[in-house]
Structure formats: structure tokens, C-alpha cells
Design a protein around this ligand. Structure first.
Ligand SMILES: [Zn+2]
Length: 74
């Protein structure tokens, strides 16, 4: 295993190993290790920002796949 630096995007502190997630891709299970900021408050903010970003992305893809009904302008 190689060591990678993975600094926090907010404070630049070296991230620590956090939760381990298992995601199912096809018939395989993939282990996903989450790295979190050692500063709890900072990590909270980072997560909130990330969630907001994801939401925006999701909203965009939703808009692309499901066109909103056209409003009659007259
Ligand atoms: Zn941080």
C-alpha cells in the first residue's frame, strides 16, 4: 500500500482514516475508505459543502433527464 497525502480542502491538515463504506458495483463489493479532517467542526463544514455540491449536481441531471413541462405563456 502506498501512502498518499490527502490534505483537508479547507484547513490543509492531513486527513485521517474515517468511515469505511462498502458499495456494491455489479456483483462486486468495493471497499471505500473515507478520509476525514481531524478537526471535527471543519469536517462538518466540508461535508455540508460537499452535500450542497452533490445536490446541485443531482438537480442538474434531473433537469436534463426530466424536462419540466412547458408553461403556456399565453
Ligand atoms: Zn479541515
Amino acid at each position: 500500500m502506498e501512502f498518499e497525502t490527502n490534505p483537508c480542502i479547507r484547513c490543509g491538515k492531513e486527513r485521517i482514516k474515517g468511515k469505511v463504506k462498502f458499495i456494491n458495483t455489479d456483483s462486486r463489493k468495493t471497499k471505500l475508505t473515507m478520509y476525514v479532517c481531524p478537526d471535527r467542526e471543519c469536517q462538518k463544514i466540508v461535508e455540508a459543502e460537499l452535500a450542497a455540491k452533490e445536490e446541485r449536481k443531482l438537480a442538474l441531471t434531473n433537469r436534463r433527464t426530466h424536462y419540466p413541462p412547458k408553461k403556456k405563456s399565453n
